[in-house]
Every structure is written in structure tokens, then in C-alpha cells.
Design a protein. Structure first.
Length: 556
């Protein structure tokens, strides 16, 4: 694929690598690949050591093995196989492996194939958990040259905005990477008043983003394909202030997603993303290669083929309420609202649109405004909270308002309902909005009857946190060979203000490619390497795995 020629900032990379210990300080060979043998070998290791798992196929039944501060290496993806036979519904912290990265030493997982026994009930089992909340980019970690084959649950689950996943292959029936941008102060972890203790992703929305830096999770030079054959599994999904860079990857029948501050409750939206130099291929006529539900970033030099759309943009709160932030209904103070009621009328036809004979509106006059009808009825069909009595206006004629429909409800405007039209200039964490006032929480009363409140630290109220306009930029992208880029069906997310279709971000410079961890650990440009933590086994050959759907799995 065409690869952006990024400027390698030598001095910056040198500073980034300064002080890291070699991951090959000592090599401890596990007697076998059983959980007991691997655990025993790790117990002998010191920070910076390598624990080598021999070739073979090993079935694990309990998992939860901690490889913090070391390199855990297999003999290569065509040699070391770990088979997932963990119990179903194993929970958020019950996967194969977990690690809490340490400063001044690299935590690494490399050269292993992770497989599934084929259990039919999807759970979180099988994932690798990286809890980097304490140090984010300061504590380096890397997962590379691994194969994740048909795992029955989310594959990699990182916390914290740092780390690197590279040269891995994912055959998916669930999410490849589920990323939460949370943080904690390791010296003061239980103090809710410590600003570094961020359980919801508020801190990234308070700070200015650092584009082109290590303050992000990097996913690069990986291959993703759909193993289930259904839909388009997520290669990435960001939550809670997630900041990520997704570059130089190939996706087949998969898509990139992110979450807003909606169905995940109190968690904030994804904060920032840099998506570039990727190839998105689809043979199923799936909807979109990328779906944006909040946050901002840059999307450039991507090639998309076979999808119906280059991207979709959504803001769930524009069309239905979610706890605790509610909906964008024109009067919700979490959003940037106007006190003006621009029109009041009476609906005359029951249904999913508003009809007001004699209104004599100018066509398109109310496009992007909000209609609120306290008497509207609705039927919940999904996981939204409460009822819907408002809608984002998609367009209008002289007497009829047409709506962006709710995600999880059917809304009915009844005959005789009195409705108001409002203008919401921006909604919390929507696409194109960035840094603002810090949000926090307080509890009143004693558990289990306590009540939690969320508020702006600046005003001590549940009010719009004055988020800065920070547009989402896209440029140099193609769709089926034709120039394409970010667009939005939501009329309140506007081209030229919230998003830019074919404009590069002023002052933006991508981070060095490949990531400095690749060259530091492998001594190469990342296109080859032992992948086995010093075993000498080459895991980059394409002959190790069979072809599927006309494509060949590869770990480059």
C-alpha cells in the first residue's frame, strides 16, 4: 500500500527511548507451554527478562497469567499455540494474560498463536488485558507478531493512552481491540479528588490532545479479517477518552468504530483518533468502513473498497436519551443550548413526523434544529434509557418536519401535541468538539442508597463544559478508487465547521513510522524479525497459514 512518508524526528525518538532497559537481559525457558510451567518461569524472571515458551500446542483452562515488565515470547505463530478453554463469561479481568506495564522497561507479548476451542457462547474469555492506567505512554508495552484466531470475545483490552500493537493478524468473530483511555495516580489511587484518578475518560477531554506523539495507543502494520462471515467485526472500538493511532493496516470485511457518551453510560466518548495509510476491503457490501460517534482527529490516505459508504457519523444523544447525560432535547444543560423557542405549534397527524398546516415554513429552514414534544409517545426497542420526546430535524417542507430517527425507540407524535423548536449549537463530546471544563462526580448519602451526581468542576452544576471547536479533518482518501472523505448525515454536524472533507489539519505532523519500539526492539523497519523473543524463529512467512477467501493471512 502507499505509505505516507512521515518525517522521522530523530531527537524526539531518542528522548522517547532513553532509559529503557533491554528486554533480553536474561532468557528463562519455560519447561512447557502449560499454565503451570509458564507461571513458574515468570516467577523466576526479573524486569526486562524474557520468558520463552517452547513450540507445541497448549490448552489453558484458567488463564490470568501476569507478564508485567517482561517479554513473554513463543517460538513463532507457526510453532507455539495457546488454546482457549477458559470458562464462558469469564469476566472483564479473566482472559489468557494480563499485564501492568512498568516504567523504564518494555512489557512485551510476541510470537504466539491464540486459538479458541469453538465455544458458541461469546464472552470476554480469550482476551489479553493491558492495564496501563497508571503510566499511559510513559510505561512502554508492545504486542507483536501474534495471531489471534477465532477468539470468542474481545481479543486485546488496553486501558490507558499508550502502547503499541503491531505486525499481528486477527481472525475475528468479536472485537480485536477494545480501548479505554482511563488513568490513575499510582501513588494515590483511591483518592477521588486526585485529578489523575480518572474513571470515566474526563481527563483527556480536559487536556489538549497531543497529535503525532506517543500519548496514544498505536495499532500499525496489522491484518484483520472476518472469521464469522457475518457483518463487519470491529478491529477497534474506543471508549472513555481513548486516544489512538490506527495506521498501515489491512482490513478485510472488518470496520473501525468508536463509542460516544451514550450507550456506555457515564463513560465519555472517544477523545482523539488518527487513522491513515490503511486499506479497507469488503466483499459483503457492508455499510461503512468507519463509524464515528464522538471525538475528533484526522483521517487521511486511506483506501476503501466494497463498502456502501466511506464512513458514517452518529450522535446517539441527538435522537434518544441515555443515562446520565440525557438527550439533546433543546433544554438539556449538558449541551450548548439557546434560550430561544424558535417556533411553537400543534401537530395534526399522528406518526413519526410533525405536521403543522399553515406554518408556512421556508423549506430547509429547520434543518439541524431540535423539535421537542413532551407529550410524544415512544416504544423502546433497544437499550436506550427512558422515553423519547424529541428529535433532530433532518429537513422540512412548508408544513412538515422530518426527523433523524431514534436508534432504540419508535417515536410517535400524537394529534394535538404541542411542540417547540429549539437550536442546540453543540452537544457534549459530539464529533468535532474537544477540550473543555473538567467533569467530576459526587455521591450523596450512604451506600447502597447513595446517589451520584455528575457536574462541571468550573460551575459545580450539570452544565455545558465549554468544549472547544476541534474539527475532524480528512484528506487524500479514496472510495472504490474515487476521492472520498468524511461526511455526515446529521445536519447539526456541519461540513466546514465540525468536519472537513478534503482539508489537511493545520500544523499536523504524524509520528515516526514505524513506531520507535519496533526499531528499538527488532533493529529493523518492522517488515521482518524473529518475533519469538530471541528464539530465531521467523514468524513473517506467509506459508505458515492457509489462505482464506482468496486472501492469505500474514504477519509481516
Amino acid at each position: 500500500m502507499n505509505r505516507l512518508k512521515t518525517e522521522i524526528r530523530t531527537l524526539g525518538c531518542a528522548i522517547f527511548l532513553l532509559g529503557w532497559q533491554s528486554v533480553h537481559a536474561a532468557v528463562i525457558n519455560a519447561a512447557s507451554g502449560t499454565e503451570a510451567a509458564v507461571t513458574a518461569a515468570i516467577a523466576q524472571a526479573s524486569p526486562g527478562d524474557t520468558v520463552q515458551i517452547p513450540a507445541g500446542t497448549w490448552t489453558w483452562t484458567s488463564g490470568k497469567i501476569d507478564f508485567s515488565g517482561i517479554t513473554l515470547a513463543g517460538a513463532g505463530t507457526n510453532a507455539t499455540f495457546i488454546v482457549d478453554n477458559l470458562p464462558n463469561a469469564w469476566g472483564n479481568f479473566g482472559g489468557f494474560l494480563s499485564a501492568t506495564p512498568k516504567t523504564n522497561v518494555v512489557t512485551r507479548l510476541t510470537g504466539i498463536t491464540f486459538m479458541d476451542t469453538g465455544a458458541g457462547i461469546q464472552s470476554y474469555k480469550g482476551k489479553v488485558l493491558i492495564d496501563n492506567r497508571a503510566y499511559n505512554a510513559i510505561a512502554p508495552w508492545r504486542i507483536d507478531h501474534c495471531l489471534f484466531l477465532n477468539l470468542n470475545g474481545n481479543n486485546i483490552f488496553p486501558y490507558g493512552n499508550g502502547g503499541l500493537i503491531d505486525h499481528c493478524t486477527f481472525l475475528l468473530r468479536a472485537e480485536a481491540v477494545s480501548h479505554y483511555g482511563l488513568s490513575v495516580n499510582p501513588a494515590n489511587p483511591w483518592n477521588a479528588g486526585d485529578p489523575q484518578n480518572d474513571s470515566w475518560g474526563d481527563l483527556p477531554y480536559y487536556n489538549q490532545p497531543k497529535y503525532g506523539s506517543t500519548n496514544a495507543l498505536y495499532i500499525e502494520s496489522c491484518y484483520f479479517t472476518n472469521y464469522s462471515g457475518l457483518g463487519a467485526p470491529a478491529v477497534f472500538d474506543g471508549y472513555a477518552g481513548s486516544e489512538s493511532v490506527f495506521r498501515d493496516n489491512v482490513l478485510f470485511n472488518c470496520a473501525w468504530y468508536n463509542h460516544g457518551n451514550d450507550t456506555s453510560g457515564r463513560y465519555r466518548s472517544t477523545r482523539r483518533y488518527e487513522i491513515y495509510d490503511n486499506t479497507f476491503l469488503n466483499s459483503q457490501n457492508w455499510v461503512a468502513a468507519m463509524d464515528f460517534r464522538g471525538g475528533t482527529g484526522v483521517v487521511f490516505s486511506n483506501s476503501v473498497s466494497g463498502f456502501k459508504l466511506f464512513n458514517t457519523i452518529e450522535n446517539y444523544r441527538n435522537v434518544q436519551p441515555n443515562s446520565p447525560f440525557g438527550g439533546v432535547d433543546g433544554v438539556n444543560t449538558w449541551d450548548k443550548i439557546s434560550p430561544t423557542v424558535y417556533f411553537t405549534g400543534v401537530n395534526t397527524v399522528s406518526g413519526g413526523k410533525v405536521t403543522c398546516p399553515g406554518a408556512n415554513w421556508t423549506p430547509h429552514q429547520w434543518k439541524g434544529y431540535v423539535v421537542r414534544d413532551p407529550q410524544a409517545s415512544s416504544i423502546a426497542v433497544g437499550h436506550g434509557a427512558g422515553t423519547v420526546n424529541f428529535c433532530l430535524i433532518q429537513d422540512n417542507t412548508a408544513d412538515t418536519l422530518f426527523m433523524i430517527q431514534p436508534k432504540d425507540f419508535q417515536i410517535v407524535f400524537n394529534v394535538g401535541d404541542v411542540f417547540n423548536i429549539y437550536l442546540v449549537e453543540a452537544s457534549l463530546d459530539q464529533v468535532g468538539r474537544g477540550s473543555g471544563e473538567r467533569l467530576s462526580d459526587a455521591s450523596v448519602g450512604s451506600w447502597p442508597n447513595s446517589v451520584s451526581y455528575t457536574f462541571s468542576v468550573a460551575t459545580r452544576t450539570n452544565s455545558w463544559p465549554n468544549q472547544a471547536l476541534e474539527p475532524l479533518y480528512s484528506w487524500n482518501n479514496t472510495m472504490n478508487g474515487t476521492p472520498s472523505g468524511i461526511s455526515s448525515p446529521y445536519p447539526n454536524i456541519q461540513e466546514g465547521r465540525d468536519i472537513y472533507f478534503n482539508t489537511s489539519k493545520p500544523g499536523y505532523t504524524p509520528y515516526a513510522f514505524p513506531h520507535p519500539l519496533v526499531t528499538f526492539l527488532d533493529g529493523t523497519n518492522g517488515s521482518s524479525g524473529s518475533g519469538g523473543g530471541g528464539s530465531g524463529t521467523n514468524t513473517t512467512g506467509t506459508n505458515a497459514l492457509p489462505p482464506v477467501s482468496g486472501l492469505r493471512y500474514f504477519i509481516r
